[in-house]
Ligand binder design. Structure first.
Ligand code: FE2
Length: 206
């Protein structure tokens, strides 16, 4: 990731005119209609949650529904964001051929909702933030570096790219009943993609 100063790269897709008018409302409406609750018990190879705090529920919409319902969002994943990934890195990345896993919409809804500390398995991860998350809202993305904790304050339209296999991360608890929506996406290096790990998939989507 030669153009990544730190361990992640950030670009705002509103400023680059890559998001259609009303995009955030469309995504929120989809969350209202199609998101399903999933319980994570912390018993998974990618979980890094301490034993005493394991067990949390989040809401998800999988890529198959996204492609059917918000075609522009799937296209953004498969073309423009892929292009950004390939611009900032010396690697050549491709979209995940497993549609369910390739792009998701994750939603936290109520005070106390959070996402467990974990790593991911894809070779490059991108996250598009839909909602703003200031201090009063909670829902920051917290990176656990060796010596440091770094909090990212999600801003609507911000896209970050990073190697989520290497950096443990979590989402801090919401401080109020207000949607926190983000869109995680996965890419693989060309020619190295293998079938997604079934154990992880059944854990994340049940
Ligand atoms: Fe992640």
């Amino acid at each position: 990731m030669n153009k990544i100063d730190d361990f992640y790269y950030k670009i705002n897709l509103i400023e680059t005119n890559d998001l259609p008018k009303g995009w955030a409302e469309e995504i929120e409406n989809l969350v209202d209609r199609y998101s399903t609750a999933v319980f994570l018990d912390g018993n998974n190879p990618t979980s890094r949650e301490p034993e005493e705090t394991r067990g949390m529920t989040y809401h998800v919409i999988t890529g198959d529904i996204i492609k059917k319902s918000l075609g522009w969002l799937y296209e953004l994943y498969a073309s423009r964001i892929l292009e950004i990934a390939n611009t900032i890195s010396e690697e050549v990345y491709v979209a995940d051929n497993d549609l369910v896993y390739a792009i998701n919409i994750n939603a936290l809804k109520k005070v106390g909702d959070r996402y467990e500390r974990h790593v991911d398995t894809e070779e490059l991860s991108a996250v598009l933030f839909v909602t703003d998350q200031d201090d009063i809202h909670g829902g920051q993305l917290l990176f656990h570096l060796k010596e440091d904790l770094i909090a990212i304050y999600p801003k609507s339209g911000d896209l970050i790219l990073f190697d989520a296999r290497l950096v443990e991360h979590e989402v801090t608890a919401l401080k109020m009943d207000r949607y926190r929506i983000s869109i995680p996406m996965g890419y693989y290096k060309k020619d190295t993609q293998t079938d997604s790990n079934d154990e992880i998939k059944s854990y994340l989507y049940q």
